[in-house]
Design a binder for this molecule. Sequence first.
Ligand code: ARG
Length: 584
Amino acid sequence: MTLLRVLQERLRAACIDCGIDEADAGRTNLSHVADLRFGDYQSNVAMVFSKSAKRSPRDLAEALKASIEVDDIGEVEIAGPGFLNFRVNSPAYAKRLSELLDDERLGVEQVEIPRRIIIDFSAPNVAKPMHVGHLRSTFIGDSLVRIGRFVGHDVVSDNHIGDWGTQFGMVIWAWKRSLDREALEDNPLNELLRLYRAASDKCGEADEIREECRQELVALQQGDEENLAIWRECVSLSREGLEVIYDRLGVSFDHWLGESSYNERLSDVVDDLLEKGLARESDGAVCVFSGGSEDPGVDPFKIQKDGEWEDKPMIVRKSDGAFNYATTDIATVDYRSEELRADAAWYVVDHRQGDHFRQLFSVAERRGRRIDLEHISFGTILGKDGKPLKTRSGDLPLLSDLLDDAVQAARQSSEGRSRLEREEERDALAELIGISAIKFMELSHHRTSDYIFDLDKMVSMEGDTAPYLQYSYVRCRSIFAKLGEDYVADGNDLELRDEREVHLARMLVRFGEMVPVVLEGFRPNLLAGYLLDLARAYHSFFQSCPVLKSEGSVKNTRLALCELTARVLRQGLRLLGIEVPERM
Ligand code: ARG
């Protein structure tokens, strides 16, 4: 059991001793203290329960302090208005470290009630550029999949690609006129994108071309053989092209249930909405309106215009009879809850789709779907000018170009420093570091904040970067290379003497306590931040505590610290989708 949980349970027992209701005591909270001068863990229970216990917070804190058993772990102090601060002693940390050495999960416990969770992420649109927004979704989503699985949930990952949108009218139009077969075979994603851009430019210039594209789309949706054949080829080529990128990123999916997989269900969905009275016709379209139970300020079906609240319906069938993104998403919720029997579906999608998801979730609730739905939104990646990242020509940068640039930057940054002799090894390392660097830059920011895409910064070895962590790992491992053998416990108890040893132990022990917290609020950045703190604790330990030159129990303990640091760094990075090299 983690120290956090042990203390939490002891605190709960003390609360019950002090007359606090059992149900209330179940909510006892304890957290890490950021400022170590105040101890390791802190609880505000005395303040929270003081009213119901009819005692002053300080008084209740005194009573809890007298009742709680912590002698084997450390001591308790009361601070401020009634905080309980726990300080863990070094033997307790040493004991926990030895437990971790025997624990493959490094202290991360499995959840008591596993849930089936669908994670809908990445989801680029076929034939449209896979832009930097998809990059954020891909990395955040992949990391949540990994963490969700590691803590024991039944996670199903689904790439809900946009394979049935209006863009196909344009792509088919251009395909019929200017397809370059050779280019298509060479790089399908680029050629499809070229066709899409060519048509979309022309549509901007002339109305009759826009109309021709629309006709191609209508033909496709009505089952025209030629158009369907082109569409099928586009989707399968795109998928091949995307697989190449995902392979490079180390990302995979259980399903690729794109928008088109739901086509057959859409008319039933609309009929059902009409039947249940949730949708009605309006100007020839079928729309869902407000349920009326919410205050207009929070009602996703209302919008304020000139001081008045107006309807902002969700269109589920357009006046020309076509279904849309919204209809598909409603069908997708049905499928996930009824057929996949999921307890939850998490959508990792750009914040600009916030209104769409609020409407979608409201419709699901009004239809009685029993599934917990979350929109995990994120902000924008900025260029160095502080504006949304664009290429020199003003387009959204292609994901594959960003990856190539990062690999190039990684190569330059390690030039002359690498210990690797062979060219291929250096290439492989640059590829690993470049891609890890982008991932870590992404995952170290809170997902809702915007951040600047700065290649030089992210591949630097000094700073809050992937290569810094990878280097820290290599450093830990190099001790065992010098030692000439892997870590083997010598059977004696570990003893932490130096304060830097204690601090490193404290950080290692926290791994199992923080990983589950990442899923509360969907914040891989907590894990990223933790790993940086761990690496810093390691470097400061390593600078002042010689390992190989020490002896006896000191050496045994220090080797154990190095071993566990390496394992936690490797596992923690893996949860972010980042692998470690053995040499750099
Ligand atoms: N294809 C969409 C886009 O690129 C994202 C899809 C997200 N998932 C969903 N179920 N709506 O914007």
